[in-house]
Write a new protein. Sequence first.
Length: 311
Amino acid sequence: MTEPAASVPPGLGLGCWQFGDMGDGPYDARRSIALIREAIGMGIRHLDTAVGYGKGRSEEVVGQAIAPFSADVFVASKAHASGRDEPRRVVEGMLRRLRRDWLDLFYVHWPRTGLDLRPMMETLEALRAQGKIRLIGVSNFGVAHLENAAQGGRIDAYQVCYNLLWRYPEKEIIPWCRAHGIALVTYISIAQGLLSNTPRSPSSFEKDDDRRKTLYYRADVWPRLEGSVQAMRSAAAVRRASLATLALRWVLGRPGIVASLVGARSNAQLREKIAAAAGRNLPEIDDELSRLSDLAMHHIPEVGNIFNFYP
């Protein structure tokens, strides 16, 4: 068995939730496979999926896509918190769908209120010892959850929602992870498209678009954010750059951030994000974005997470 990577690859990773096709309508797996292989051809080596992305379909698509060069790709997948015995069954299912002998990184996707995380972590450590998984991570945890989980095993990575419009992790999560040597991997780095070149209002979303349910598009939040986002866009325009590029570079340049996950539904989107991640902002640009972000955060309530999800 080829030895898997021992650490999270730095830089850009491809988020694969969209390949689970969790919406309605026709789905072309061949197109998804081609896009993943295109990403690998462009230098992306970090793929991130989850059991919950299309009930395992995303993992199946990733498995098919990476089959020709599986040993050269770092694959992370996620499942929700559970008891002592469930992780063995879950990991075996992941490996079957991904067509691999190991998983580079297993994340506990969300904690569960009142659940002791130590037995699950102990089982994950046993699976690590067997070579089934290499790294153990968590996502969307609070500090109390982190401290509880760390009593049962070593936490190597934390996947965190973090961007110019969601900076609450800077208060406790990011400092705790940095103090404990935990790699930070960001997601939703351009705020569900709000920091893109063509942001859309909630009224333009399809009925099954999950963004309708998130904090950014709440009736009491969205109108207040429009002005802040426009100010950021104007700052980017002065520098003849897209806000999406500057926002992604801002995240990748923050202390403690090892990698950032991005989504793509086309080769053009993929190329744009890879090109953005290849550079870095000048310090004065990051300072200006941080100042505008500070103002925007006054309009964003601290509610734990942007998804209104509290398992």
